[in-house]
Design a protein around this ligand. Structure first.
Ligand SMILES: Cc1ncc(COP(=O)(O)O)c(C=O)c1O
Length: 442
């Protein structure tokens, strides 16, 4: 337990380091790109109703291709696997496969979807894989690499593979933090040598790589630091173990280039204020923590890999981007149903569409496409669920807001659709804006 004095000292440090404000010109430029295309979105709502998920094929293809070329330019042997937990919409997987990247799955359900989508390269990661899930992986060993999460899972995978008479490719997930909640993932780095030795007794396991995953990387610093730590552990392995390492999977967690957009309540200083005086006031104040372009991630990771890992093993580098690929591929479309005051409207969709109270802490512009304007006005924009914690935002861009207006919330592709809930209201239909510019219902 930390002492109260220490907490107060740390809290005052938080107030000294204020989270940067969002540049309003950049925000308007961003909003304008959607206003310029308003007819596409209004047309989608007119034809397919509201609320609506709108997915853009061209964006997924461009992101997937750009991500893998950024890494391949510096690490020609690299391979990206889309983390499908970030958006498991059935229409997205075929686009990812079309873009030529693999799929990272975390359950038997996801594995089956990736197989059905025709993915040639699949990694199966995550804790607590069941015997049935491991058997499905084994039966598809030509396309699947299992990233083992524990010593016991090594035993279960050996059993599943032996019962089919198959040898399956596998890697070891290494824990990035041996304390707290992240301890649940992988094995401690200090036990790597024991794992290699135990795997030697498993004739159906082709141990050929290592995996780690660090989350919320606004730049490559965390990944680079872990690569250096990992290299130390790898260097202490005997040569006959080290030579088995053909891939090192550095996970996902690459932050999209827009950076982290926050409401005041999402900043560290805002969280402290909120803990002492809970409130949810209207605000036009937005924050943005910048993130690095993917090419900078690739450069810094490429340098670290060359410096620390390549002298030890000739391996290819794998990545597991989720949000970087799907974040700006999906928009939400809603209609205003009720205007209860000049500063309070209710929309036809509730936040069960995204599955969590994201907009209390994360900022995204709410754009009134029916009355477009680059001016933002304070207003509670809320959903129609019977709970107060059903909020889209504290402001909208538009000249006014009235019942019947169509609202757009952009960049809702990551950790929304996958988390949607059957709660009170029905879930929306989905529509794809194809690469050719057609709208197709899915
Ligand atoms: C093992 C693993 N890989 C990749 C990802 C994808 O992370 P992101 O969407 O931040 O890229 C996650 C997310 O939770 C993960 O747990």
């Amino acid at each position: 337990m930390i002492e109260h004095d220490e907490i107060i000292r740390k809290a005052s440090q938080v107030f000294r380091g204020e989270t940067p404000r969002m540049d309003s010109t950049e925000l308007r430029t961003f909003v304008d790109t959607y206003i310029q295309r308003k007819d596409v979105f209004l047309n989608a709502c007119e034809r397919f109703g509201s609320p609506l998920y709108l997915i853009e094929e061209a964006v997924i293809l461009e992101r997937a291709r750009r991500f893998s070329s950024a890494f391949q330019a510096l690490l020609p042997q690299s391979r990206a696997y889309y983390a499908m937990k970030s958006n498991n919409h059935p229409a997205i997987l075929p686009f990812v496969v079309k873009a030529g990247i693999g799929i990272d799955v975390s359950s038997g359900l996801e594995l089956q979807a990736a197989l059905d989508a025709g993915a040639e390269y699949i990694i199966f990661s995550g804790p607590g894989k069941t015997p049935e899930e491991l058997s499905l992986a084994v039966l598809n060993e030509a396309r699947v690499t299992v990233l083992m999460d524990s010593f016991a899972e090594l035993g279960r995978l050996q059993e599943a593979a032996a019962s089919e008479g198959i040898r399956i490719r596998a890697g070891i997930r290494i824990s990035v933090d041996n304390r707290g909640l992240w301890r649940k993932f992988g094995i401690p780095m200090g036990r790597l040598i024991d794992f290699f030795s135990e795997a030697e007794t498993c004739p159906n396991i082709e141990l050929s790589g290592l995996q780690f995953h660090t989350s919320w990387n606004l730049n490559a610093d965390g990944q680079v630091r872990f690569i250096a730590r990992l290299a130390e552990a790898v260097s202490s392995l005997p040569e006959h173990h080290r030579s088995r390492i053909q891939f090192i999977d550095i996970g996902g967690g690459f932050w999209p280039v827009q950076g982290d957009w926050l409401q005041p309540a999402g900043t560290p200083e805002g969280q402290l204020v909120h803990a002492v005086t809970p409130s949810a006031d209207l605000t036009l104040q937005h924050h943005r923590i910048p993130s690095s372009p993917i090419e900078d991630f690739a450069r810094d990771i490429g340098e670290a890999v060359r410096r620390y890992l390549f002298p030890l093993c000739a391996c290819s580098i794998w990545t597991e981007p989720g949000r970087w690929i799907c974040h700006d591929s999906m928009s939400l479309l809603l209609k205003v149903v009720d205007r209860k005051a000049d500063d309070l409207v209710i929309t036809d969709g509730g936040t069960n569409i995204v599955g969590w109270e994201r907009f209390e802490t994360d900022y995204f512009p709410v754009i009134n496409l029916t009355r477009p304007s680059l001016d933002e006005h304070e207003c509670y924009v809320m959903g129609s669920l019977c709970t107060p914690r059903d909020l889209w935002g504290y402001a909208y861009f538009g000249s006014d807001i009235q019942p019947g207006d169509t609202l757009l919330i952009p960049t809702q592709g990551a950790y929304t659709y996958s988390l949607r809930q059957h709660f009170i209201k029905p879930l929306p239909e989905s529509v794809i804006l194809t690469e050719k510019g057609d709208l197709e219902k899915v």
